[in-house]
Design a protein. Structure first.
Length: 64
């Protein structure tokens, strides 16, 4: 095996490792975003959301 072949193999392996880490990083970021979304959704439960809409409508009625 010439040094060129070794270099090509090294680049291929490095490329595969790099793309693997990119996939892992993307998955972690997506999971983090989903967790944040889930937390936000839990905090803004439908009843709480309904109250906010009700309050907003009352405020509009009071102004006009």
């Amino acid at each position: 095996m010439s040094s060129c072949d070794k270099y090509t193999n090294y680049r291929t392996v490095c490329g595969k490792i790099k793309s693997l880490f990119t996939v892992i990083e993307t998955t972690i970021l997506e999971n983090s975003a989903l967790t944040n979304l889930e937390t936000t959704t839990k905090q803004n439960s439908p009843s709480k959301f309904g109250l906010n809409v009700h309050e907003a409508l009352q405020n509009i009625q009071l102004r006009y």
